[in-house]
Design a protein around this ligand. Structure first.
Ligand SMILES: Nc1ncnc2c1ncn2[C@@H]1O[C@H](COP(=O)(O)OP(=O)(O)OP(=O)(O)O)[C@@H](O)[C@H]1O
Length: 298
């Protein structure tokens, strides 16, 4: 595990923002930390960075304990704040060179590392000043900056929330790519963003983690719902099966059929054979993470 969070609590006065949080973040994964605005996501990230003292519990990063203040564990961490701030009168290369000097990246490595990072974030051919950048470009430069030192953990605070759909898609694709070289922990209130790229997801609600698991496990099967496409148009198949007892409906050119147990599944297959309807594809319907969140929150 790159990050181990063991029972941490954080209060501001009487307000307990984080309550007995446990999280393990495995290496080379994208871990999505989902929660509504004000649920405590930034507070947890600040705790991981040693920027806030804890009221209880402990955190380690790559085995190194996080302490409040100048924590040694930050040598393993790259951080992208929600609104990254740059010197606007530099271009990307000049800015990253400055960062590379400050973070003691050996001179012979600097040029190559900067070039590969600018390539990764899609800014290799941009020579304009940072002051002219869009929000999405600034986020991408922020990711490059955070990765300069080859951190074991990249923390991104709401990296997509201020962006348009194209900008969001670019950031998500970059975060997905960089898990080859690091581990990504990112917060978001946009559940579908987490769903697109995460291996693991945790949801924070009123200071408590209400679920956390691998995304594949969170996408439970909806009992007995199967989605079919056929070699004939779906409306024709639906018409030919109309007299049968099966509960079904057309949804986006597919037939969704309720087959809650093995005997109904077999009976439906037999009916298709009798009707000489050939299956093109068939798969169980899964529920989206968004539905799970709504169910959990009631
Ligand atoms: N330094 C502070 N002093 C007092 N209260 C604070 C402090 N920092 C955060 N809080 C409170 O803690 C709660 C969680 O805030 P936090 O910024 O962690 O939430 P968030 O999930 O990151 O929200 P957002 O998505 O809006 O950034 C809020 O009620 C906030 O007002």
């Amino acid at each position: 595990m790159v990050v181990q969070i063991n029972g941490i609590s954080k209060r501001f006065g009487d307000h307990e923002v984080l309550k007995d949080i446990h999280l393990d973040i495995p290496e080379h994964t994208v871990f999505g930390f989902v929660g509504a605005n004000g649920s405590g996501k930034t507070t947890l990230m600040k705790c991981i960075l040693g920027l806030l003292p804890l009221n209880a519990g402990s955190i380690t990063i790559a085995g190194e304990p996080v302490t409040f203040g100048e924590t040694k564990s930050n040598q393993y961490v790259g951080y992208l704040p929600d609104v990254p701030d740059f010197y606007p009168f530099y271009n990307a290369i000049q800015y990253l060179e400055l960062c590379a000097v400050i973070t003691n990246i050996p001179q012979k490595e600097r040029q190559r590392r900067i070039a590969e990072l600018l390539e990764l974030v899609g800014l290799a051919s941009t020579t304009s000043l940072i002051s002219t950048y869009s929000r999405g470009m600034k986020q991408r430069l922020g990711i490059a900056q955070a990765l300069l030192n080859r951190p074991k953990l990249l923390i991104c605070d709401e990296p997509t929330s201020a962006l348009d759909p194209a900008g969001r898609a670019q950031i998500l694709s970059i975060l997905h790519k960089v898990k080859e070289e690091t581990t990504v922990f990112f917060s978001t209130h946009i559940v579908s963003d987490a769903e697109q790229i995460c291996d693991h997801v945790a949801m924070l609600h009123e200071g408590t983690i209400i679920f956390q698991d691998e995304l594949v496990n969170l996408k439970h099967q909806i009992t007995g719902q199967f989605i079919f496409t056929f070699t004939i148009p779906v409306a024709e198949a639906h018409e030919r099966l109309r007299h049968t007892p099966f509960e079904m409906k057309i949804d986006s050119k597919q037939l969704v059929v309720s087959l809650p147990n093995e005997s109904t599944q077999l009976a439906f297959m037999q009916e298709l054979t009798t009707q000489k309807i050939l299956i093109q594809s068939m798969h169980p319907k899964t529920r989206l993470l968004e539905q799970l969140v709504l169910e959990v929150l009631g």
